[in-house]
Design a binder for this molecule. Structure first.
Ligand code: ADP
Ligand code: ASP
Ligand code: MG
Length: 300
């Protein structure tokens, strides 16, 4: 079987969680499945980036930047040390370089007193840029080769609508050409939430956009199934944070999921079903912390 597996912010929140993620991947890899992976930022990081980027143009000073960079360094390096001890130097160097460039951009936003939609998209894509190298290293730690690609490198071409970009159909062939050949020998990891325009300008796909990335990449590689791994057993009758006796649904239709998310159910990105539906790919929502639960099937 060929799978696209996406892991959300809670599933990659720390080294222990990433350990569970690679357990799942290793099991399928050893069973002979082909796997591509999409990852989000660690829980809370995108919010931190949005918050600082929006404050800097009117801030009195840029004193908040170095502590944020230091906190991101500490969290990501601690995760890396726990998840991939043999790759601390290699992946750590990548993280260090990305933190330096993020710091430069944040200082520039402060100095220019301007945050354009384009620069905001670039800044908020850093959550995924910092995390994905750790997941790639954690996969290599288990002896499985893994290339890490950003959304643009993976082939996701989008409209120039910053903050809410839509994937263009041309993405399909590009993804197939870039990711397809890797599946035979390794588990490629793609940074969710982002793509780029035909000019190579970074765009983001909207909040929770890595669900949409999963569906775009899954459709591009013609996956047999797309699995969205999260922190609940599946799609439920209501938000379990609000309703105590919410139940997990065994199966729902593409249209029902679209309606749910358009009306605000915060379980999946509203446009994330589109590419999967176009190719009639079965989507499953499953719990990283309870992987034996069958989860919810999303079907035509
Ligand atoms: P991830 O980081 O994996 O993308 P999200 O926080 O974006 O996870 O989405 C999963 C969360 O969505 C669950 O923890 C749950 O609290 C919330 N949620 C809201 N509505 C629903 C629903 N109908 N079914 C399941 N979860 C829901
Ligand atoms: N990191 C992005 C967000 O917080 C995308 C995602 O988590 O799906 O919105
Ligand atoms: Mg989400």
């Amino acid at each position: 079987m060929k799978y696209l597996m996406k892991f959300g912010g809670t599933s990659v929140a720390d080294a222990r969680c990433i350990g569970l993620v690679v357990d799942i991947l290793e099991k399928h890899h050893n069973a002979g499945d082909e796997l591509a992976v999409v990852v989000s930022a660690q829980r809370g990081v995108t919010d931190q980036l949005i918050d600082i980027a929006e404050k800097l143009p009117t801030a009195q000073n840029c004193a908040a930047v170095p502590p944020l960079i230091a906190a991101l360094r500490e969290r990501h390096m601690k995760t890396l040390e726990g998840a991939a001890p043999d790759y601390v130097e290699e992946a750590g160097a990548v993280i260090e370089k990305r933190l330096a460039s993020l710091q430069h951009i944040l200082f520039a936003i402060y100095n220019l007193r301007e945050l354009t939609p384009r620069s905001k998209d670039y800044v908020i894509s850093y959550g995924e840029r910092l995390l994905a190298p750790i997941v790639g290293a954690a996969i290599r730690q288990r002896g499985i080769p893994s290339t890490v690609l950003d959304g643009c490198e993976a082939g996701i071409l989008t409209t120039p609508q910053h903050g809410e970009a839509t994937a263009l159909v041309e993405s399909d062939a590009r993804i197939k050409a870039k990711i397809g050949p890797l599946l035979k020998t390794e588990i490629p990891v793609v940074m969710g939430f982002m793509g780029c325009t035909e000019q190579g300008i970074v765009t983001t796909l909207g909040r929770s956009g890595s669900d949409y990335s999963a569906s775009i990449i899954g459709a591009g590689i013609d996956a047999d199934e797309i699995w969205i791994w999260t922190d609940v057993d599946g799609i439920m009758t209501s938000d379990p944070r609000v309703i105590n006796d919410a139940r997990v649904l065994k199966s729902v239709s593409y249209i029902e999921v679209m309606e749910l998310s358009y009306f605000g159910a915060k379980v999946m990105h509203p446009r994330s079903i589109d590419p999967a539906m176009r190719k009639n790919i079965l989507v499953r929502v499953k719990n990283t912390f309870n992987p034996s639960h069958p989860g919810t099937m999303i079907v035509r």
